[in-house]
Design a protein around this ligand. Structure first.
Ligand code: GLN
Length: 480
C-alpha cells in the first residue's frame, strides 16, 4: 500500500477499500522498521497520528472528506506544531514545545490529514545535506553512505523510502528542490507569497517559502492546493484565490516556450548531468515545446548575493534565541550578558554560528554599504532579469545541482563546496519565482546509480502552467 501515490491512496480511502487507521498503522510500522538506518524523523507522533486517523475515517464515513483526508504526512521540523517539540534540528530548541500551530500545518489538519511526525533538517534549515542537524545526519535511501540533500533531507528521505505519503519542506535557497533531486522525488518551491510563512521558524524571511515533497506531480498539486492561500497573519502572503492546481494537469505542453539559460553551462559540470539536461530538452521538444536560448547574465552574482542576504537575515532572525523565554539556557552567576553568550555558544552548531558571524559582519556599520546594500541591488537586477525572461518564455529549464548526492562527511572541512553547489536553485528564491524538481531517472555516477535532477522554473504565480509542464515531463519519463 505504501507504493501508492497520494492520489491513489486518497481514492482507496474514499472508496473505503482502506481505512486511514490501517494506513497510518502501516506507515508507523515502516518507520519503526526502517527509519533506524535513515534517521529521517526527529519525532514520531504515533499516538496523535492514530487519533487523527480515527477522526479522518469518521469524516470520510460522514461524506465530507477532501483529497487529503486520512492521508499520513510528515512535516519538516521547522513548522511549529502545537503541543509538540519543534526543534529546527538544533540543540537550541531541543526542549521547545510549540504553543501554537503554523498556518500551513493547520491547513493540513483542517483538511483532515494525519501527521506522522516531524522530519530531520539541517540546523535552522542552513545547509544542503541534513548533516548539520543536532540529531545526526539523515541518509539517502538510494545509497545510505550518501546525503539525501538538504535542508529538507528528512522529508525527502521519508517520501523516497515510503515512510509517509508526502511531506512538507521549506526552500530558502533550494532546500526543497535539491533534496527532492538527490532522493529521486518531486519537490516544488512555490512563488514567494503563495503559502503563509506564519509559524515557520524564520531563516531568511525574504527568501523562505513552504512547499511539498511528493512522489508525483499530481500529488504536489494536491498538497499545494491545501497549503496555499492568503493568511492575514503573514503580510507577505498573496491576497489572491487559490486555483485548482490539480485540474487540467494532463493538458500537455504543446506550444509551450521553454528557455534554456546560456549562462547555466558551468565549467566542471559532470558530463552525466549535462547529458541529463540535454535529454530533458529533447523530451520537451518531442512533446511539442519550443526551446529557445535565454540570457540571464547576472547569474554569476547569484551566489555572493544569496550568501550575503540569507546570512544577514538569519543573523537578525536568530537574535531571539537568548535563553530567556524558551530554548537552551546555560545559567551562571556572571550576569545576563554571559548567560546569553553561553546559551548561544552551547545551543548553536558550527554552521549556524558561521552564518550569524557572516550576517552580522555584512550588516555592521562601515561594511553594510559595501556588502548588504550592493547585494540588494544585485538581487533587484536578478529579479528584473527573470521577469524579463518570462516575458518571452513560459518556463526555464536547468539542472538542480551541478552534481548528484555526495558522500556523507565529504565536505566536512570545506563548507564552501556546498555553498557553490547551490548555484542553480538560489536564483528562483532571489527572484521570488516558482520552481519544481522534475523526475528524470537515474545517472551512473562514481560507480553508483544515483538520482539526477532537473528543474523547471515558472514566473510569479505561474504554478498551474508549471505543474502542467512537470506532469508532461513525468509522462515521458514514465514511458522511458
Ligand atoms: N543550501 C542553502 C543554504 O544553505 C539553502 C538552504 C535552504 O533552502 N533552506 O542556505
Amino acid at each position: 500500500m505504501h507504493e501508492k501515490t497520494l492520489a491513489e491512496l486518497s481514492q482507496a480511502l474514499q472508496s473505503k477499500a482502506l481505512s486511514s487507521v490501517e494506513l497510518t498503522q502501516h506507515y508507523l510500522k515502516r518507520i519503526e522498521q526502517l527509519d533506524g538506518s535513515l534517521n529521517s524523523y526527529i519525532t514520531v507522533t504515533a499516538e496523535s497520528a492514530l487519533e487523527q486517523a480515527k477522526a479522518a475515517d469518521a469524516r470520510i464515513a460522514a461524506g465530507n472528506a477532501s483529497a487529503l483526508t486520512g492521508i499520513p504526512l510528515a512535516h519538516k521540523d521547522l513548522f511549529c506544531t502545537q503541543g509538540q517539540r519543534t526543534s529546527c534540528g538544533s540543540k537550541m530548541l531541543d526542549n521547545f514545545i510549540s504553543p501554537y500551530e503554523s498556518t500551513v500545518t493547520q491547513r493540513f489538519l483542517d483538511a483532515g490529514s494525519v501527521s506522522l511526525g516531524k522530519t530531520n533538517l539541517d540546523e535552522f534549515a542552513m545547509g544542503s545535506s541534513t548533516e548539520s542537524s543536532f540529531y545526526g545526519p539523515t541518509r539517502n535511501p538510494w545509497d545510505t553512505d550518501r546525503v539525501p540533500g538538504g535542508s529538507s533531507g528528512g522529508s525527502a528521505s521519508a517520501v523516497a523510502a515510503r515512510l509517509c505519503a508526502a511531506a512538507t519542506g521549506t526552500d530558502t535557497g533550494g532546500s526543497i528542490r535539491q533534496p527532492a533531486s538527490f532522493s529521486g522525488i518531486v519537490g516544488l518551491k512555490p512563488t514567494y507569497g503563495r503559502c503563509s510563512r506564519w509559524g515557520i521558524v524564520a531563516f531568511a524571511s525574504s527568501l523562505d517559502q513552504a512547499g511539498p515533497l511528493t512522489r508525483s506531480v499530481a500529488d504536489a498539486a494536491h498538497m499545494l492546493g491545501a497549503m496555499a492561500g492568503h493568511d492575514p497573519k503573514d503580510s507577505t502572503s498573496a491576497p489572491i484565490p487559490v486555483p485548482d492546481f490539480a485540474a487540467g494537469l494532463d493538458a500537455g505542453v504543446k506550444g509551450l516556450k521553454v528557455g534554456i539559460p546560456k549562462e547555466y553551462t558551468l565549467d566542471g559540470m559532470p558530463p552525466e548531468i549535462e547529458a541529463l539536461w540535454t535529454q530533458g530538452m529533447d523530451w520537451l521538444k518531442d512533446q511539442g515545446c519550443e526551446c529557445v536560448e535565454v540570457s540571464l547574465p547576472h547569474t554569476k552574482y547569484a551566489l555572493p548575493t544569496y550568501y550575503i542576504i540569507a546570512p544577514a537575515e538569519a543573523s537578525s532572525n536568530l537574535a531571539r534565541y537568548d535563553g530567556v523565554r524558551y530554548g537552551n539556557r546555560i545559567d551562571n552567576s556572571n550576569g545576563v550578558i554571559d548567560m546569553y553568550r553561553q546559551s548561544r555558544a552551547n545551543g548553536f552548531g558550527a554552521e549556524v554560528k558561521r552564518r550569524i558571524i557572516l550576517g552580522t559582519y555584512v550588516l555592521s556599520s562601515g561594511y553594510s554599504d559595501q556588502f548588504y546594500l550592493r547585494a540588494q541591488k544585485a538581487r533587484t537586477l536578478i529579479q528584473r532579469e527573470y521577469q524579463q525572461a518570462f516575458q518571452s518564455v513560459d518556463a526555464i529549464v536547468g539542472p538542480v545541482s551541478p552534481a548528484p548526492a555526495r558522500m556523507i562527511g565529504q565536505n566536512a572541512d570545506d563548507p564552501l563546496q556546498d555553498y557553490l553547489a547551490d548555484i542553480y536553485t538560489i536564483c528562483a528564491n532571489l527572484a521570488g519565482v516558482c520552481g519544481i524538481r522534475v523526475p528524470c531517472g537515474s545517472v551512473n555516477y562514481e560507480g553508483s546509480n544515483l538520482r539526477g535532477g532537473l528543474q523547471l522554473m515558472g514566473p510569479h504565480l505561474g504554478e498551474p502552467a508549471l505543474l502542467r509542464a512537470a506532469r508532461a515531463w513525468e509522462v515521458i519519463r514514465d514511458a522511458e
